[in-house]
Each structure stands twice: as C-alpha cells, then as structure tokens.
Design a binder for this molecule. Sequence first.
Ligand code: IFM
Length: 457
Amino acid sequence: MTQNAKFLWGVATSSYQIEGAVGEDGRTPSIWDTFCATPGAVADGDTGAVACDHYHRMPEDVALMAGLGVDVYRFSLAWPRVQPDGKGAGNPAGIAFYDRLVDELLAKGILPWITLYHWDLPQALEDAGGWPARDTAYRFAEYAEIAYNALGDRVRQWTTMNEPWCSAMLGYVFGQHAPGRKDARAGMAAVHHLLLGHGLASRTIRDAAASRGRSEGLEVGITLNLSHKIPASDSPADLAAARWDDGMSNRLYLDPLLRGEYPADIAGKLAELGCPLPVEEGDLGLINQPVDVLGVNYYTSRVVQAAPVGGNGWPASRSVPRDVERTAMDWEVTPEALTDLLLRLERDYPGPAWYITENGAAYPDVADESGYVRDTARENYLRTHIDAALEARGKGVNLRGYFAWSLLDNFEWAYGYDRRFGIVRVDYDTQKRTPKRSARYFAERIAAEKAGQFPQS
Ligand code: IFM
C-alpha cells in the first residue's frame, strides 16, 4: 500500500442541495422539483428553488473553501442543466456555470471533483420510465460524454453516481425520495440500471479521455453509502438478518462493481420475491469496469436484530439501539465502525483507492446574533471520524482522502432545510455564510496534517 501517496482533504456538496436557480439558463425540471411540489413529500413544503443560491454566489463559496485550505471540492452537475430533458445536445448556458466554477476552483488551487449524478434526474426521463427503464442507463452515458467533452480538459476526477442505494431504495422502493414510487420490483430494476449506467458512463469517459491523450491522472469511480452491519447476537436469525442487510446495502453494489457478479444469496432471494435484477447478457462485464476510486459515504452503523417478516415477504430486521450519542438525524455516532468498515473493504475488495467522499453530521445548531455557531458536537464528530479513517489508513487501507459533508447547510432532501449538515452556516433569509467552529477545526486539522503527519508527494 502507498502510505506515502498524496492524501486529499476536501468538502462536498451536490447540485440540487445548494444551487437554486432551478428555472435559469435553460435548466428543465428534475424529479426533485416535481417531488418538492407534491404536497406532504418534503418537510414544511421546502424546495430547492433557491437553496443556498450557490448558482449566483459561487465565487464567494469557492473563496470560503480556499479559506479552509482544502485540496479538492466534490460537487455534482445538474443533469437537467447540462442536458435539458436528458436528451440531445448539451446546453451551453448551463454548462457555462460549471465552466466558471471549474476555472474559479483551479485559480484558487483547488481540484475540481465532479459527480455526474447526485439524484436530480431530468423529469422527462422519469416520465419515460426513470431508472427502472434500461434506456436511462444509455441516456446517462450520453450525458456523461457531454459533460466530459465540456470539462474534461480541466477535470481529472469523475464520479459517476452518488449513492445508488438511495436512488433505488428511497426513490423507488420506499417512496421517501424523488420520484416517490413504492414499487420493489421497479426498485430492483433501478439498482441494475444505475449500475449499468455507471459502467457505460465510465467506459465513455475513459474512451473520451484516451482519444484526447488525457488518460494520465484520470480517476473514474463511483460513490456508495456503505455501513457496517453488526449482528445483535450469534443466533442464526440475527446473523442471517445482518447478512441480508449487508447484502442489500453493501454487497449488492460492491460485488458487481468490483467482482463482476451479483451476490448469489441476494440475487436469488430477490428473484424468489418477484423482484429480479433484470440482467441481460454482457451487463455484468459492462458494470465491472476498472474502478480507480471507490468513494465511501459514511455516517453511522447499525446493530441488526431479526424481526418477523414484513407484509411484503421481505426479510425484516430492527436496529438495536446503543447507548451512544445520536445526531439530529437520529443516527448513532459510531466512528469505530468506520475503521472496521474500511478494513473490511480493503480485505474483501482490494484494488481501488478509497476516499471518504462524505462524512459529517446534522445537529440542532444555535447561532449567536452574528450568525456564529459553536458546534462542538459537530467538531467532535469530525475529529473522531477523521481519527477513525486515519487509523484504518495506518493499518494498511489504501485510503487517499477525506471530504467533509457538507461545506454549507443545505437542502436535506425530504427533511428540507430542517437539518443542517454544514460546517458553514447559511442564513436562508439573507444567504449570509458564517463559518462555524467546526469549519475552524477542519481548517486547523488539515493544516496540522499537512504540516507533519502524512508526506504529501
Ligand atoms: O445530504 C446527503 C447527501 O446528499 C447524500 N449523502 C448523505 C447526506 C446526508 O443525509
């Protein structure tokens, strides 16, 4: 392992959560615009129409990042801005925003790291079937090519998807996220087509880079939300429940991406339940593209206990609460499980460079009259999780970077603006940004790490 390899420190955001300007410069509606307009779908009827107004305040936000001393900024492109309605040529006015963003970042010495899909599917593609439809995977590769052609001369880090589990499960199975469908069969088709889209887009980007002599330094990958599943006991029922949970959350994505096969226990059970993965000949080879970077979004872990099978016949489980701190999302704070997760990933799926592409916490912040938040809980969360990640690195995990989620307070999906993950406070009335204490901690930690702990090659 490359202990001396450069370790990148960054912050992350996503398009719909911060940009606003949903009707500007040719952007068409995404599934999140539609979902937000559905009564009762999002807390307080909040929408991303304005969000953090980043579309108009981008230089200020890049200056904030520069003030933190980060190496890299992970952001997503809004597909309906780059390729309205998910078809045809790119939209020059929408692409121009990302052009300016990339140039602004590079001018400040910050690496741009693009995620192509962080959940804002063009509504027109949902109307045509969404991710349960195979064609969406091909449309995604077409969009990836447009994005790469526009920005690939300056951007080397390309993540295809962010957290396909959320798109498929929250969006199509549980209906808690856009597009709000509750259809397990459609959800499992979405899993497969998201992964297929990843494979097709990765190949497209690599080919486009190679044809321009830009393969050197290119890093293509995907980000998954992964989590350690701890059986509540050694009983066969609890062990089976934890294995199913691990299978549905982790292995269902890692195995096809990195081993070229779906986990047999999960694929078999899904077929038995009437929700087969619609795999066609050659698909697994397409999904199993080289993965330079596997992004890990980590927030919490879970102690899994078997529960009676639910009405839909799916294996069921419950979380056993632990006596640990919880965040405002009611997520248990378990940094040690991050070390365990990373060690397991390196052991079971060696090969990619691992990055923590998201880690952070929502807390009920209280701002003083100047807007300052003394968020010691968030500071502790960051400290303990960075420690845990670096511990795994020290034990041989090929971990290459850490991104705090998130730079700014932002639109937290179905929770609207009610949950704040930012290390920088956003006053949504005035759009004033105020770095919190956690931002200062993060900046100091980055400076300290750079000053000594890791040789930066
Ligand atoms: O805000 C989200 C992000 O969009 C995806 N990962 C989890 C974060 C916190 O819920």
